[in-house]
Design a protein around this ligand. Sequence first.
Ligand code: IVH
Length: 658
Amino acid sequence: MSSVREQLEKLREEIRDHQYRYYVEAQPVVSDYEFDQLMRALEALEQKHPDLVTPDSPTARVGGQVTGGFPSHTFQEPMLSLDNAYSFDELEDWGRRVAERAGTGEIDFVAELKIDGLSVTLIYEAGRLEMGITRGDGRTGEVVTSNVRTIRSVPLRLKRPESVEVRGEIFLRLEAFRRLNDERDAEGLARFANPRNAAAGSLRQVDPASVARRPLDFFSYALLPHRPSQSEDLAALTGLGFKVNPNVLRTGSLNEVIEFCRAWEDRRDTLDYEIDGVVVKVDSAFLQERLGSTAKAPRWAVAVKFRARQATTRLVDIRIQVGRTGALTPVAELEPVQVSGITIRNATLHNEDEIARLGVAIGDRVLIERGGDVIPKVLKVVETGPDRRPFQMPTHCPECGSEVYRAEDEVKSRCISQTCPAKVKESFLHWASRKAMDIDGLGERLVDQLVEHGLVRDISDLFELADKRDALVALDRVGEKSADNLLKEIGATRMLPFSRVVYGLGIRHVGERTAQILADYFHSMDALLKAELAELEQVAEIGPVVAETIYRFVRESHNRRLIDRLRDFGLRMVMDGPAPDRPEQVFAGMKIVLTGTLLGITRDDAKELIEQRGGRVTSSVSKKTNFVLAGADPGSKLEKARKLEVRVVDESEFREML
Ligand code: IVH
């Protein structure tokens, strides 16, 4: 039996590890519920052994962690956390304690949805947004004002010129979250585990322009200085121009609060954002004051946490799905199981490495979770099966039998055949998808039939379907009317802008945004087809791997033929409007670091000028840096440049270069 001291240290280490994965890497490996349970176990043990509490214990901090990179700000009033209630019994216990301390049984409560995002505080002076700060560790947060400014539901100016502080939750709607993850997939980046991580990742980006592209949203729930009650705070927030979540209950009955919690736990799937519970608050500010707070959380509020949307079931088999890019994705086939009202039969296992990390084999009992993603995921093995069968990635494509190849720096194995029917079908679905050609009638069923009947081989064949109308109408579930609609929709794709054509081609790593960047930069398909690798590499935001993929794609003969045919059928191969005057590429391929204050130009403008001329602005000085542009009061970057003998350029020299 290990000593209590050892037990404590082990728990703390485990919690610290999870905190790091959660806050720093934004890639948690346990659910919030499991994490809370660990914290609770630690708290309980520390309470029994107060002499063994150390100042560096995870219980000593309010939560969160300041990760650096943004200036920090210490709050005047700390951003407290909330105590959790995991059952209605615990909620009732809380209610009794509140009544006792308040010295009255007549208490009004306000119940609000607990938005699963990240909390921020906004400081307004005379009605203007001065600062937006993340919660950080509850005492000190990070100043992310420029990023907060990009959020449309955060008013930059209040309806009245008041000086107030507003607290609330920044979050990402599910649709935006799914889109963002699809884009990350397309660009070969790791997916965000849930919408909250995605929001956190977005808010902490260094470039506000890229934050602006992710539609973050904001619900406010606290106003400082307080009005006489929470319900009046909420009304005042609406009056100042903030969004307040409309699903609020004010009642004197804790039973009604419980009903509200039950109802929302059942209905959470009807919302297009994630909630993880209900926050119950004592309405009266006077009573709130009387109840006070501990170092970590107010006594006048409690978070009733919903049960996690998890379940355990048996992994019956692992099937392989072949995607448009030929990527093989292992999918778990599960013994059907109910998770918060929905029957789950499949879960994603992502890739070979993930299966190894989970240590999962066919026949095991696994814990699965439904998160913000459409497809649930396997979290861990809860019990190994008696005759478990380890999974092996196939060496040949299950769809076409061609060889499977896994590049050294990739997690996915891919089918190498150009004509693999699974790849072909996926390429049609991608072409028809909303962000590409948006062809409503062209779904999975129809694509399967078109490919299997040999009516189409690649996407350009869609334009010849008009001559094969009879064959089309003869297909299962295709009537005269739907055939005509489909042909009309296919015809209408000729009107779509060039960037959508680039996206629709389904080049690996080229998501919607990259397609737009390519269209803006090259302006026409001809220019894109002629681009040399070096030129692709110097396009802002396009890295060497993506550049090479594009370069290879447009040089491959089948793809050339496809593009030529699309051109012949009348798809747009140039951008609308005049070609941009592209400045001379004086910084082509250069890595440039900015330091100090520039006088005649803002940093953002300098960056833009450099990027327009083919350069890249990087954040730290290395031997590969071509030069450092130094303004007034340069920092340690200048010293480093001198040490590494990197060229230093001042502002006037920079202008000459331009
Ligand atoms: S009130 C002092 N109201 O939950 C009380 N918090 O686990 C401050 N949250 O850090 C919190 N929705 O990020 C409050 N309607 C709501 C909320 C809410 C989400 C978050 C908030 C807080 C966390 C505590």
